[in-house]
Design a protein around this ligand. Structure first.
Ligand code: PDD
Length: 286
């Protein structure tokens, strides 16, 4: 924890040491809340509207009131950002502080809002590629909600880490869903494929950007189901997320992917993404 780091809590900017939440907060007791992560490049909130749209959807599906308009959310974020760094805004909204612990929604409570901004640290070993492990997707079936209730994801990521892997590839009834904290892409028979949006995956913003870049640059792609068997024949596998961007996989379940080397399409797509980020930061009005 960085000392004196400024964070936002319920209408105030405070040093992180002073930002305290009641033990009766529904987020603490039940994990009853939702969150968002928005990358910030050169001070620009990357795909702000897409992230806010996903936040609004998470709030709607959980019946938590949205305390701010999009403009107000942006105003709250800006003072936390250091424009000289690559960073990400993390913010969460919980149902609020209830008088007693009861599963059913309390009445007359105000949502708790917490926000902080952290540096994006380049992911070690990205250029060389990472190892992945396939695991049964044991999470619930509302993975399209970006819920703070992440125990399922945490247990799966930890299992990956304990197996010397950077991330888990989750599999439900034989088909790939996503990573523990990322979406999954594969290149199979020369086509870039990612599983279609459904209640079993989080609709990733990075995922959307990759598909748009593929479309604009004549990269053949499809949103289609991927069986674990088919994944094992892939010439490339990637993870995609706001904080790790596009992460190439060179080993799955102890088997080398593409001879253990990062694939050609990853280099192309990573270059396209880096250019897009720079163009975006230079052109966006904020
Ligand atoms: N997680 N799927 C899951 C389960 C995720 O947690 C994430 C991101 C993604 C990718 O979404 P996006 O491209 O919008 O970041 C997919 C964030 C980074 C986190 O929990 O920290």
């Amino acid at each position: 924890m960085t000392k004196n780091k400024k964070v936002f809590l319920n209408g105030e900017y405070l040093p992180i040491e002073k930002a305290n939440v009641s033990v009766m907060d529904r987020g603490f007791l039940f994990g009853d809340g939702i969150y968002e992560v928005i990358p910030v490049y050169n001070g620009y909130l990357f795909r702000f509207d897409a992230h806010l749209e996903r936040l609004e959807n998470s709030l709607k599906l959980t019946h938590i009131e949205n305390p701010y308009s999009r403009d107000e959310w942006r105003e709250i974020m800006l003072p936390l950002i250091d424009a000289k760094k690559d960073q990400y805004i993390y913010f969460q909204v919980t149902r609020g502080v209830a008088e007693k612990r009861d599963h059913a929604f309390p009445t007359g409570v105000k949502p708790t809002v917490f926000m902080m901004c952290n540096d994006i640290t380049p992911f070690d070993g990205k250029e060389a590629g990472v190892k992945a492990i396939s695991l049964e997707d044991t999470r619930w079936s509302m993975c399209n909600i970006k819920a703070i209730t992440l125990l399922g994801n945490i247990l799966l990521r930890q299992q990956a880490v304990e197996n010397d892997c950077a991330e888990a590839i989750l599999v439900r009834e034989g088909y790939v869903t996503e990573g523990a904290a990322s979406n999954v892409f594969a290149v199979i028979d020369g086509i870039l494929i990612t599983p279609p949006k459904s209640n079993f995956i989080l609709p990733g913003i990075t995922r959307d950007v990759i598909l748009e870049l593929a479309d604009a640059n004549q990269v053949p792609y499809a949103e289609d189901i991927i069986s674990l068997d088919a994944l094992k024949t892939a010439s490339e596998i990637w993870f995609a997320s706001s904080t790790r961007e596009i992460l190439p996989v060179v080993e799955l379940d102890g088997q080398l992917i593409s001879g253990g080397k990062v694939g050609r399409l990853w280099h192309t797509m990573n270059d396209l993404l880096q250019t897009y980020k720079t163009t975006y930061a230079n052109s966006s009005a904020q």
